[in-house]
Design a protein around this ligand. Structure first.
Ligand code: AMP
Length: 173
């Protein structure tokens, strides 16, 4: 399936120069959404995965669907102040300023094998912060999976040596 043509590109959103990838057009195409999850499910079945980890907010949509399809736990990584029990936090750089993400300290245990999920890989800053959380908790990263990778932004290099898999690789970033 040509997922790239199903993801809507909105130029200059939320500000001039940004090519915003709107995945809502894929979510409302039930066949496409189903196929994304099925492809990922076949890729990770039999790999001894213990949990799927997804980033707020769009990573929840794809990550939770994958976890459900595979019969695995889903672990949310959230914006600060949302998770009620004890958490660890990682900060990361944005174009202007910094942001943070948190995960419950008891969400994973040492040696758990995880797949990390988000909708889109841009600079890789968000996912690099999640990788550092995994390292602190002692989880093993099987692979990092995205629907779409903005190739010119070189996020894949930033996440090395962890393997990255993206269904769509676009030069339009
Ligand atoms: P980054 O940390 O730079 O890899 O940015 C990744 C996060 O920002 C993901 O959670 C995306 O949902 C969001 N994001 C970054 N750039 C875009 C874009 N051009 N279109 C849609 N979402 C984006």
């Amino acid at each position: 399936m040509d997922f790239e043509s199903i993801i809507r590109n909105i130029p200059d959103f939320p500000k001039p120069g940004i090519q915003f990838k709107d995945i809502t057009t894929l979510l409302k195409n039930a066949e496409a959404f189903h196929e994304v999850i099925d492809i990922w499910k076949s890729r990770y079945t039999g790999k001894n995965i213990d949990a799927i980890v997804g980033a707020e907010a769009r990573g929840f949509i794809f990550g939770a669907a994958l976890a459900y399809a595979m019969g695995l736990p889903f672990i949310p990584v959230r914006k600060p102040g949302k998770l009620p029990a004890e958490t660890i936090r990682e900060n990361f750089e944005l174009e202007y300023g910094t942001d943070s993400l948190e995960i419950h300290i008891d969400a994973l245990k040492k040696g758990d094998r995880v797949v990390l999920v988000d909708d889109l890989l841009a600079t890789g800053g968000t996912m690099a912060a999640i990788c550092r959380m995994m390292e602190r908790l002692g989880a093993e990263i099987e692979e990092i999976v995205f629907l779409i990778e903005l190739v010119p932004l070189k996020g894949r290099e930033r996440l090395a040596p962890y393997p990255v898999y993206a269904l769509v690789q676009t030069m339009l970033a």
